[in-house]
Design a protein around this ligand. Structure first.
Ligand code: GLC
Length: 659
């Protein structure tokens, strides 16, 4: 059951697809304090809080402070409060009565989940205006399901998007891309996609291709596709300011850009230097921007990643001039601790500055809003622009689309990746934990940069990351400029990775089937153990294992130099210790604690009692998978009872909410 309450005069976000009548009166279990702009709930000592999508720390979000304020922060340490997304749904799992709460407001929201007072869940709104949805059901999967019905069906990518993808900032030329493909082919490692980061563009201009580097992009796309490889270019939010550049000119003429205080197009910098920012809040801007994806679609591209859409701002022109002025004043002074700190923070404070986010304006639903009031919608609506355009530009095929910044509602148009993580063991674990919150908020198609984006990956970290993410829908190796090359062929023993990637392909019938059933039925694809064993406290407190679909539990090794780990089994299970898709041990384990060995290159997959796991022969890419080779590993279950979903992986699946 869903109850809808309104506080103040909320700004509509279009994140909800059901029309739930508004209730007046108190919200059961909550105390509202309009003066303090808070909503409070007293927690039981055993209460566990799930949700909030992509955030730092574990799956149980209790005892930390999370601030919904989409931020381009490339240092995801556990002291942080905000990352790139605002996914304001929490599920309070309580022995009294569990419930979900969706706080639908595009401004800043603080979720104080026992940070100030360990017994109190307090939600603070910068503006006391919001749609609140209280979701009740007797089970955790039931609450998740009700919520997902409220916000609409999750985005479904093409099937090839579940294959392995290779990315780096950046492959600059045709030749570099070809070399990546060649090396994978030489090593016999399956591959479905290669990502094009900002350098494929002409001077970082959206909807352009550097013609020197890619002299015939259409031919090149076709040639790569013949090899089974899809090219996935990045699109950034900022539009380079340049006379004669069609997107910039059209945006200016059409009034499509956000405005500064004086009513001029905002000038702020990102990759190309000075840029304008599309006002994605306006339907006409979305239509205009969305249609430009055609430029790449027409050349054979069928996937995109939308980036820098918090939006990230290196500096605004106005702020930069102020900083230069102050630096001029400081020149020649003896810089003591105060003035030296001032100097460093002047420069350091240029990027993503809160004041800058209060200095420009949008037109939204016929009204003018200062950006910070709508901030968390920006990435969502950029991605909506693309998603909506695809429905008319290519109605017959699915297009891969995922975004860095997001808000609930965006999950209907695209997936997310979790941004600029690091080649750290703790981020390997974080990447898994974030999947629980993301699934709950509807972002089924998601994943983190495998191997880590920043810093240098070692061969063992890369291997463990590929193992951990074996079932993660987005399975992409990406890393940043300046760091050690991270293509699997760049390590000392590329051949050691082959069995893992092959295993991913062998598991694809299961991964795709379970993902699609979760998407089509508003269910969870990856979930914490509490969703299955709510009465087992040990299961509830398990933070490093996940359920994937109906048959599988994963328990990856995420510590350096470890050759095994402790696992908690809430029931008897069959352990598959897999060295490859056709070389594995089947071990029956009884409920309870176990130490299980898993050398580097060995994956631990647990099959639940009464369940089965389909496996097929691996292939060079998803299109080449042969379902007739599927066989089942059974732990008491019957293959005939397993509902194997499959389709052509290309044709859009009918959307019940937008026929
Ligand atoms: C941002 C993205 C990253 C990308 C880089 C260059 O940092 O998060 O994935 O590689 O920009 O485009």
């Amino acid at each position: 059951m869903i109850r809808h309450y309104i506080i103040g005069e909320p700004i509509e976000t279009d994140s909800v697809v059901l029309n739930i009548p508004v209730e007046t009166g108190e919200i059961p279990g909550f105390v509202l304090d309009p003066g303090a702009k808070t909503i409070r709930h007293r927690m039981d000592s055993e209460d566990v809080i799930y949700g909030l999508g992509e955030t730092v720390r574990g799956m149980n979000k209790r005892n930390w402070l999370y601030i919904s304020n989409n931020t381009d922060d490339y240092m995801h340490t556990e002291g942080k409060h905000s990352l790139y997304a605002s996914q304001n749904f929490i599920l309070v799992f309580s022995p009294r009565a569990s419930f979900g709460l969706y706080v639908d407001t595009p401004g800043r929201v603080t979720f104080d989940l026992g940070y100030t007072d360990p017994d109190v869940l307090e939600i603070r709104l910068d503006d006391f205006d919001a749609n609140l949805y209280l979701v009740q059901d007797s089970t955790l999967p039931g609450i998740a399901h009700e919520f997902r019905q409220l916000v609409g069906r999750s985005y479904i990518p093409p099937k090839w998007a579940f294959g392995f993808g290779q990315s780096r900032w950046s492959y600059r030329t045709e030749k570099e891309v070809e070399e990546v493909a060649d090396r994978y082919q030489k090593e016999g490692i399956p591959l479905d996609s290669i990502y094009l980061d900002i350098d494929y563009m002409d001077h970082y201009k959206d909807f352009t291709v550097d013609e020197q580097a890619f002299p015939d992009f259409t031919d090149f796309c076709a040639e790569m596709k013949k090899r089974g490889i899809h090219l996935v270019p990045i699109i950034d939010a900022g539009v380079k300011m340049e006379d004669g550049y069609d997107i910039c000119e059209e945006g200016r003429k059409g009034g499509y850009f956000v405005k500064d205080e004086d009513g001029n197009d905002l000038v702020a910098a990102v990759w190309p230097g000075k840029a304008h920012f599309p006002d994605f809040m306006k339907p006409e801007t979305r239509k205009w921007f969305g249609e430009h994806y055609r430029f790449l679609l027409d050349q054979g591209v069928d996937g995109f990643w939308n980036d820098m859409n918090e939006p990230a701002i290196f500096y605004t022109e106005k702020h930069l001039n102020e900083v230069f002025r102050r630096i001029d004043e400081l020149k020649g002074e003896n810089l003591d601790i105060e003035s030296f700190s001032e100097l460093t923070s002047l420069v350091g404070g240029l990027s993503n500055n809160p004041e800058d986010y209060r200095s420009f304006y949008h037109t939204y639903m016929g009204k003018t809003y200062r950006h910070d009031k709508l901030h968390n919608l920006y990435g969502y609506l950029m991605t909506r622009a693309a998603g909506e355009a695809f429905r008319t530009l290519c109605p017959d095929r699915r297009i891969l689309l995922f975004s860095r910044s997001s808000y609930i509602g965006m999950h209907r148009y695209g997936g997310v990746w979790t941004g600029d993580n690091r080649s750290w063991w703790e981020h390997l674990l974080l990447g898994m934990q974030q999947m629980a919150g993301l699934n709950l908020c509807g972002f089924l198609y998601s994943g983190s940069d495998m191997g880590g984006f920043g810093d240098d990956a070692t061969e063992d970290l890369m291997m463990r990351w590929l193992e951990m993410a074996l079932f993660t829908p987005l399975y992409r190796n990406h890393n940043a400029k300046g760091n050690r090359f991270q293509e699997l062929s760049a390590f000392a023993h590329p051949e050691r990775f082959r069995p893992i990637i092959e295993l991913r392909y062998a598991l694809l019938p299961y991964i795709y089937s379970e993902f699609m059933k979760a998407a089509l039925r508003d269910g969870m694809y990856m979930m914490p153990l509490a969703f299955q064993w709510p009465d087992d406290r040990r299961a509830v407190e398990t933070e490093d294992q996940l359920l994937v679909g109906e048959s599988v539990m994963i328990a990856p090794v995420y510590r350096q130099n470890a050759s095994g780990r402790y696992v908690y089994l809430p029931e008897d299970m069959m352990l598959l210790r897999m060295r490859s898709w056709n070389d594995y041990d089947e071990i029956q384990l009884s409920e309870g604690d176990h130490y299980v060995k898993a050398e580097l290159g060995e994956v631990l997959i647990f099959i639940r009692k009464g369940h089965v796991l389909p496996l097929c022969h691996p292939a060079a890419n998803t299109a080449a998978l042969d379902y007739s080779t599927i066989r089942y590993i059974c732990n008491g279950g019957c293959p005939e009872d397993y509902e194997l979903y499959n389709d052509d992986g290309i044709t859009p699946v009918k959307d019940p909410f937008r026929a």
